[in-house]
Ligand binder design. Structure first.
Ligand code: ATP
Ligand code: TZE
Ligand code: MG
Length: 266
């Protein structure tokens, strides 16, 4: 796999508008800065036309959504669609409650998402496949993960980015499986949320016709960064992993990505 967009992010420093959850907001902002992008976290309905107008991508994450934030998400998403900037959805824990299901249905009905990033439990729900979820975590199921990811891409006309031990990326036609990462990722909270946030940065510097490759590069770069950090840590050093991942996002090189990336096209 070629590393192309990482350098573009560092050159162009795109501003990424995040409407995200209270657990991971700070980590997402720091991760975007480390990578070379700029974050703006904004959720007030009064600024949901102005912020997309100065941003190069919008990331909507429903992790701890309350009350009227849905109106802000809808307005920001529609504004971003009108402006033609990419919009990413992270449907955190969508299968866990009726409320989350309703919210995500509304977002998918009114906003065209350039990318959707979630774990297997979230994607199985979106694809309409039987799965046993556990809150915001991936849970367990028997269905074919490649097919689930492809179905999500087709159903929502989007780039589907499904994370887990193996990440799967699909544009509905092509499917890539990404074999990097570390079991330390699920031991820190917000690692998926940060992946969604940085996918905003990769899409921001890519042409629409190349979002699939930008997504493959994004998910690989992130998983490789974690994998390289984990190599120098003891199995339980989750705190070091949390901060080490930020450091590695800042220093990872195109060469490291290209040397360590394990991508298969199915
Ligand atoms: N068992 C694993 N082994 C290797 N890498 C993993 C494993 N599980 C997740 N990852 C990596 O962790 C990163 C985050 O994906 P994950 O599936 O944990 O997101 P998530 O469930 O949405 O997380 P959160 O909701 O806590 O933000 C991805 O880069 C993925 O490749
Ligand atoms: C733990 C948690 N709960 C709601 S959002 C979130 C962050 C990881 O998805
Ligand atoms: Mg998640």
């Amino acid at each position: 796999m070629r590393s192309y967009y990482l350098a573009k992010i560092r050159e162009q420093n795109p501003l990424i508008h995040n409407i995200t959850n209270i657990v991971a907001a700070n980590y997402c902002a720091n991760g975007l800065l480390a990578l070379g992008a700029s974050p703006i976290m904004a959720v007030a309905i009064e600024e949901m036309e102005d912020v997309p107008a100065i941003s190069q991508a919008l990331v909507i994450n429903i992790g701890t959504l309350v009350g009227k934030e849905i109106e802000a998400m809808l307005l920001a998403g529609k504004t971003a669609n009108k402006l033609g900037i990419p919009v990413i959805l992270d449907p955190v824990g969508v299968a866990a409650t009726q409320y989350r299901k309703r919210i995500v249905a509304q977002l998918l009905e009114h906003i065209q998402f350039s990318g959707i990033r979630g774990n297997a439990g979230e994607f199985a729900y979106l694809a309409g496949v039987d799965w046993k979820v556990k809150g915001v975590d991936a849970g367990k199921g028997e269905a074919n993960l490649n097919s689930i990811c492809q179905q999500v891409a087709q159903k929502y006309q989007t780039i589907a980015m499904m994370s887990g031990e193996v990440d799967v990326v699909s544009d509905g036609n092509r499917i890539a499986t990404l074999h990097n990462g570390t079991p330390m990722f699920p031991k820190i909270t917000g690692s998926g949320c940060l992946l969604s946030a940085i996918s905003g940065a990769f899409f921001a510097v890519a042409d629409k016709s190349d979002y699939f490759n930008a997504a493959v590069e994004c998910c690989s770069t992130y998983a490789i960064a974690g994998e390289l950090v984990a190599k120098s840590l003891k199995e339980t050093q989750y705190g070091q992993f949390y901060t080490g991942l930020l450091d590695k996002l800042a220093e990872i090189s195109a060469q490291e990505v290209e040397q360590n990336g394990r991508v298969n096209y199915v």
